[in-house]
Write a protein that binds this ligand. Sequence first.
Ligand code: IVH
Length: 667
Amino acid sequence: MSKVNDKRIQDRITKLASEVNELRFRYHVLDDPGVTDEIYDSLTQELIEFETKYPQFRLKNSPTQRVGGHPLEKFEKVKHLHRMLSLTDAFGESEVQAWEGRIKKILPDEKFDYFCEVKFDGLAISLRYEQSELVVAATRGDGFVGENVTANIKTIQSVPLDLSAEGGSAFGGEVRGEVVMTKQVWENLNKQQEKEDKPLYVNTRNAAAGSIRQLDPKITASRKLQFYAYDIVTDLGLRTHQEVHGKLKALGFKQYAYQKHAKNLEEVFKFFHEIEKMRKHLPFGIDGIVVSVNNLATFKRLGAVGKAPRGMIAFKFPPEQVTTVVEDIIVQVGRTGKLTPIAKLRPVFVSGTTVSRATLHNEDEIRRLDVRISDTVVIQRAGDVIPDIVEVLPKLRTGHERKFVMPRVCPICGSEVSKKAGMVDYVCTNKYCFAKQARGIRHFVSKGAFDMAGIGPKILDKFIEEGLIEDAADLFDLKEGDIVPLERFAEKSAVNIVAAIQNAKKVTLPKFIYALGILHVGEETAFDLSQRFGSMEKLMRASKQDINAIPNIGEVVAESAHNWFLRRRNQDLIRRLLKAGIQIEKIKVKHTPLTGKSIVVTGSLEKLSREEAKEAVREAGGDWVSSVSKNTDYVVVGENPGSKADKAEKLGVKTIDEKEFLKLLGR
Ligand code: IVH
């Protein structure tokens, strides 16, 4: 091919790429498509064709390269150049005034003006650009180290891959913003999930987060996410936060229309109320506004408290309040032995998520609210905390409500509880109580038992400590909304945790028995018990002698198991597990070449005894039969075979030797 021709093709590719990118920008960033979809599609198509034919001319950041690559195994960790902070919440104007009071006290001579913008309810992402090129996109993680989700972020059409066209000279630095999903897209996604029998996303935030946490970028691409940029953490010599937004816009980042410079708090409040009125009609979820000290030098001088900058605040919409019923009051024992009463609620949707628990703090709080079991109560979720009970609605009482009394012995270990004079909290006197509880639940989720992938000790300890779970059965009641407030520590999203738990509901009987953590009942014994009794009900009714009669099970083990099943608390646990929908499966047979085949063995084998061969065939999903017929699939011929080998020959049944047999068994 001639040089001239080459040059022409290269030119055409460059022009097409630049035009497609320009159209993308108009459509996805400015929400103002310049041309019809058909034109956009046909230019893109032509570009793809050229690039396929002449890959040597494809531009590195070609708009065709957004969705590509293979699904990842896992997300790598990335260290942020600058820590990703969070914001302090303020509810109501008085809390915002108090905030202004604090910063004015720190810098008394300063004149403050503010910048207001909506607070998106999505997933925070940091984008690192080098030489104007997007190199890494990461989630917040713990603020210092996040997860590398670059391939997924690239699929978001409003994220610029290359800033050179827009921003002029080479840009390097980190841009922060929020990935969001519109309510419309979320609804359609859930319809699709429902059709495919997949779990629904409880709100747009979880859907956005769940879509970014996909290992396959093609899935993320299908989720139609958007990215709104709100900060540049690199010093570009800009003076105000308002200028930062101007710069972001100039660099080609999508900006939300509702932003406002406010001279004082009065103007901030006005903006807040305008946004609050519009909230319902906005295409995506927001949970308040973000108010920043506009002057960046002042902002910097104010510094940070803990994880939050002093010069910025999340002015949140008032927490939603809903009514529900207290189904029970249980007591949770924390790491320090402290007993916390927890209300188990009829699950209810509040502030975007379903919750099933509320903390009652201590006995005094229960007395103050006069909350009783079966009461109808008002709950609210304020910010990132487990819901509080605000008040009881006594008019709805029927007379069947029960008062709660703090137990005198620890509900976990049975030790005495004590309360020091002048203190509000009861404490379990057994200092190993928490550890015992934690150990039991860890065992329950472990590999040989329910095998809940990814639910490690850290997560479980936190759940116990927060009063979300007290025993293994509680795991199955967890709702995403219960976990969301704790999510930051856990790295795994609430959606994934709940899914992992729900997906573990099917177990074999031996695994179920093993999971109970009965003293002396290991995997082998659990297997023997399951073989002998065949069901949980039968095992629970078995006498000590019945159990002891099983070969391999001695008196000590029999006694331990029998006593375990006698205890009310344990019976209750099993009842609750079954009620939660645990499905006990027939022992899973492996899928092998022998599955569904009928097998006869004749003669003796070198590697396996007859019993072992029988078990191996069954485990492999085959049928062990004793006589040869034309329906027999294989006759395994060992040493000194009997007449069965001859019969097989006559009937034309396939005969195999031990070596082949072992191979079919996968050994
Ligand atoms: S500024 C110090 N602006 O809210 C972090 N954050 O609660 C300041 N968010 O981590 C970030 N909309 O995920 C900022 N317009 C906005 C925001 C916003 C949503 C999120 C962001 C942040 C969290 C803090």
